[in-house]
Design a protein. Structure first.
Length: 309
């Protein structure tokens, strides 16, 4: 009897797992950087990703994944339930609405924009709804993000929306976004309403444009109160030319903010640009990127290799 009960219990737990389509994948990236006569090796975005998808019936589908990144102490995850209504998302690795349609100028693989952080810090949980509008090429999204509600004695939080160093642990953010695309063009607008008492923070907005025609692609992003920093302004342009096995790319970014509001030392006025070339061999990607910040001493050349599986 015990064996029968044990088998029944095991089946109850195993059967739902077997009903899902489970896959394991990931990616690795290795970089060699030369800057100011100094050469260093860097491990880029490397992670293992476990995904599962399942038909829930009644026209609904579920997809969930877990990611263990090379720089992560815990798993990041996201769940998506989709159907005729659109899709619903929840997790700590999914984007708030304001970040769903931006980054259209992000074409350089390595360096541009690293000194001015994009978007929010990682939140403890973001729930988002992307409804089916019933209008071709029109997408809308709304999201709600929360912090983890706990901080260390020094004030640093493991997950945060605004600033992991502040002591406010109950900040939230409601975000909205809309995008319309047609004939190779796409235009989007997003904003977030943050719940913060910090005077150096303000509600961010994002406007993005892109155009593609044949092998040519051009993207533009403009952020006000960039990364929620009050009066932080960011503009960037990216362009690529697809020559077949890879792309030739160029990206430029400018960022400015009052020194009293700057979150990164030296980032009150920042200009960066990069150009280079990528080359693909199946799942292996190679790139060479030359980055400039306006000073010869800060020029950086990066050679990278990526592999996805």
């Amino acid at each position: 009897m015990k064996k029968i009960i044990a088998a029944a219990v095991a089946t109850a737990f195993v059967a739902p797992v077997m009903a899902a389509d489970v896959s394991v994948g990931g990616d690795v990236e290795y970089r060699i950087k030369n800057s100011n006569s100094s050469t260093t090796g860097v491990i880029g975005d490397s992670d293992i990703k476990v995904s599962a998808s399942e038909d829930l019936g009644n026209g609904l589908n579920a997809n969930v994944y877990l990611v263990n990144g090379s720089n992560a102490s815990t798993f990041a995850s996201a769940l998506t339930i989709s159907g005729a209504f659109g899709s619903f998302q929840a997790g700590n690795d999914n984007d708030p609405a304001i970040a769903m349609f931006d980054d259209k100028s992000d074409v350089a693989p390595a360096s541009v924009g690293d000194d001015a952080e994009l978007g929010f810090s990682d939140s403890a949980n973001t729930i988002a709804l992307i409804p089916n509008t019933g209008i071709d090429n029109l997408q809308v999204a709304v999201s709600f993000s929360t912090e983890n509600g706990a901080s260390t004695a020094g004030g640093t939080k493991t997950t945060a929306i605004i600033d992991p160093a502040d002591t406010v642990t109950n900040e939230t953010a409601v975000s909205y976004a809309i995008q319309y695309s047609a004939g190779g063009f796409a235009i989007s607008y997003g904003m977030a309403d943050i719940d913060s008492t910090l005077t150096t923070r303000a509600n961010p907005t994002a406007v993005s444009l892109s155009y593609s025609a044949g092998p040519i692609y051009i993207g533009y992003d403009a952020h006000n109160n960039y990364n929620t920093v009050k009066d932080g302004e960011m503009q960037s342009i990216g362009a690529t030319y697809n020559y077949g096995p890879g792309k030739i790319f160029y990206e430029t970014m400018s960022y400015s903010v009052e020194a009293s509001n700057a979150i990164t030392a030296g980032a009150a006025d920042l200009e960066e640009s990069a150009f280079g070339i990528t080359y693909g061999i199946g799942a292996v990607g190679l790139y060479v990127e030359s980055q400039s910040t306006g000073s010869d001493g800060d020029d950086t050349t990066t050679v990278g290799i990526t592999y996805g599986f």
